[in-house]
Design a protein around this ligand. Structure first.
Ligand code: XCC
Length: 641
């Protein structure tokens, strides 16, 4: 039975509906198998949580001080402190944004310190992305003539670290270097130009403590400021620093999906977000020493597979097959063929350890911040990077040694493979199309009707991966080019939409373009921090077209909002003038409320930034909404529909 959430007036799926609608046959097989074995996953626990609390669903539950928790409803219109509904709802959203900001900041910080260590010549790390280092140096007006690249890199890192953690009030150099001038003026007029990531995080938490800010408009304004700090600090910082360290990825084709696991090989999955240690781990797993260890244990070789954003990173840069996303991290362990899962930071759910124990998988944690009781812990400490090689070797050995303990009677690998092309960067897309001018021409002529970034997480509140795949397919059929990252990208990779052969499923305009350029209709652009790549592409199109971002046929789509990190993603694009379509209603007041006016009213945020938030949980309807939005933008520009 589907669950009805009365307060939001929406149905959410039960496990049977997930099973019926999820598009990947491998996920379906695993859901059925685990169900038959009586092994619980997040899909069962989601069913057990119903009915979900209506106060929490609508953001009307406050736990920001120790007087509460307080719940706002008809009988109690204010919290104990006197806080009203709007301050509670917007305050909760602001805290969620701050948590997402902190997560990316921690990620970005680790990569930036790794770049710094590499520039200082510390062992185990090197600077491969010379082009990106020089590009950033020129954007930040850092002299490069007659200087070693490592020295230049140190200055670039100093700028990025400053934008992450500055407490003094100084210009935000990353924002100034990348943001469109028209937008900067809009943000200045709104009073939301950010100071730094940590500054805005501090302010967000400070404003929402007991007796802090009770004016919801000021909280909303801080939300916007923090979203810009999020975008131009942690997001740009982590994506660019990774390119400084490992280079700008290039498109490459590989095989993905659960079927890449092999019964007679050691199967190692790598899951999380940070790219730093996984590069060393990959080298170790591919080394003759570890290969020999695997063969000595009776394995024919080692299969390495990726999950979530680390998986996207490994796929884009090293051609490592990706397997699944956050929603599938338990399901894949149900194959009984995963000898080890190595996890670093974020989106690693505790349920993974329960499944690992059921199927004898060795779980290995590699990040100080993300401990799991019972897992083997080999933490990589970026403050002591000299241990990275030894740590990676320890992890590789432990992963291979787990092979001997595998219970073969529990093995069942879905025979599902998909060909996929990934590794698209901003520069890679521009180069393949022949420059931004050519893309603008295609948009203007109507051969391409628009571009949509279909991105984001998984949530059990909508049928697993059904939204990602349905929306992307329908947009592509309507000649809309799809850019994708993160867990959404896994769904599209596994559905075959990221393979050039999928061109035939696109509309006539996009299909012909894909054929000419040998590209798929959905371009996988990396992990969720790499939404910066789509944003930079959009910004470049706007510059070359001479049309503000808010007027172009562009769209940001998040069909399965899950992690708190998604809040800042949507807001960042919105602030750039790119409308946002989300697949499940956020915790905003539902009717007759000032906040809705603020978001979509005639004089509200929509007017000021030139973009709207759409919500639709039925993906076919969501795709129609998206198409109508793009058509509207085209019509306003006088471009053919
Ligand atoms: Fe996490 Fe990045 Fe969201 Fe997936 S998309 S659930 S944040 S792994 Ni990034």
């Amino acid at each position: 039975m589907k669950h009805f959430l009365r307060v939001l007036n929406v149905h959410v799926p039960d496990k049977a509906e997930h099973l019926a609608l999820t598009p990947n046959p491998a996920s379906r097989q695993m859901l059925e198998r685990l169900d038959g074995l009586g092994v619980e996953t997040l899909f069962d626990r989601f069913d057990q949580q119903h009915p979900q609390c209506g106060f929490g669903l609508t953001g009307r539950c406050c736990r920001m001080c120790l007087w509460g928790p307080c719940r706002i409803g008809p009988k109690s219109p204010r919290g104990i402190c006197g806080k009203d509904e709007n301050a509670m709802v917007v305050g909760n959203l602001l805290r969620a944004l701050a948590a997402g900001l902190a997560a990316y900041a921690r990620h970005g910080h680790e990569v930036l310190l790794a770049v710094e260590a590499a520039a200082e010549g510390k062992p185990g790390l090197s600077l491969i992305g010379e082009d990106r280092i020089l590009d950033l140096a020129s954007r930040f007006a850092i002299p490069i003539a007659n200087r070693p690249v490592a020295e230049v890199a140190q200055e670039v890192v100093a700028v990025l670290l400053e934008d992450l953690g500055r407490m003094a009030v100084r210009p935000h150099r990353t924002l100034e270097a990348f943001a469109p001038p028209e937008r900067v003026e809009t943000w200045r007029a709104l009073g939301v130009l950010p100071r730094s990531a940590t500054y805005e995080m501090m302010e967000a938490l400070h404003m929402t403590t007991l007796g802090g800010c009770s004016d919801w408009t000021a909280l909303a304004s801080q939300q916007l400021r923090a979203a810009l700090a999020y975008c131009y600090g942690p997001l740009f910082g982590s994506s660019l620093a990774t390119e400084m360290l490992f280079g700008v990825p290039k498109p490459r084709t590989t095989t993905v999906n659960y079927g890449v696991l092999r019964p007679d090989h050691v199967n190692v999955l790598i899951h999380g977000h940070s790219p730093v240690m996984v590069a060393s781990l990959l080298a170790k797993l591919r080394s003759p020493e570890i290969e020999a260890l695997a063969r000595g244990a009776g394995a024919k070789g080692i299969v390495i597979g990726g999950l979530c954003c680390t998986g996207e990173e490994l796929l884009a840069r090293h051609g490592v097959p990706s397997v699944t996303n956050a929603g599938g991290q338990e399901l894949v362990l149900g194959t009984g063929a995963v000898d080890a899962m190595v996890v670093d930071m974020q989106c690693v759910i505790p349920g993974t350890k329960i499944l690992a124990d059921c199927f004898g998988t060795q779980l290995i944690t590699t990040c100080h911040s993300n401990r799991i009781p019972g897992a083997l812990h080999v933490p990589f400490d970026v403050e002591r990077p000299e241990t990275i090689e030894a740590d990676a070797l320890t992890v590789a050995r432990a992963a291979v040694e787990a092979f001997a303990r595998r219970d073969r009677s529990k093995m069942s690998i879905p025979q599902v493979w998909t060909s996929a092309m990934a590794g698209w960067s901003t520069e890679g897309v521009l180069e393949r199309f022949g420059g931004a001018g050519r893309i603008v021409e295609l948009l203007r002529s109507g051969r391409l009707k628009g571009i949509a970034a279909v991105v984001g997480c998984n949530t059990p509140k909508v049928p697993y991966e059904h939204g990602h795949v349905t929306i992307a397919r329908k947009l592509a059929e309507a000649d809309v080019l799809v850019l994708t990252t993160g867990c959404a990208a896994h769904a599209l990779l596994n559905a075959g939409l990221c393979a050039p052969a999928a061109a035939c499923s696109a509309g006539p305009g996009l299909s012909a373009i894909c054929g000419e350029l040998a590209i798929p209709p959905a371009l996988a652009m990396g992990g969720c921090m790499d939404n910066t790549r789509s944003l930079r592409l959009f910004t470049e199109l706007s510059r070359v077209a001479g049309v503000p971002l808010k007027d172009l046929p562009l769209l940001f789509v998040c069909p399965e909002p899950g992690n708190e990190k998604a809040v800042g993603q949507g807001l960042a694009f919105l602030l750039h003038g790119v409308s946002t379509l989300i697949g499940f209603p956020g915790p905003i007041p539902q009717e007759g409320n000032d906040v809705l006016d603020f978001l979509s009213g005639a004089e509200g945020l929509a007017k000021l930034v030139g973009a709207k938030v759409y919500t639709e949980s039925e993906p076919a309807l969501a795709a129609e909404l998206g198409k109508a939005h793009l058509d509207g933008k085209r019509a306003a520009l006088g471009w053919p529909g």
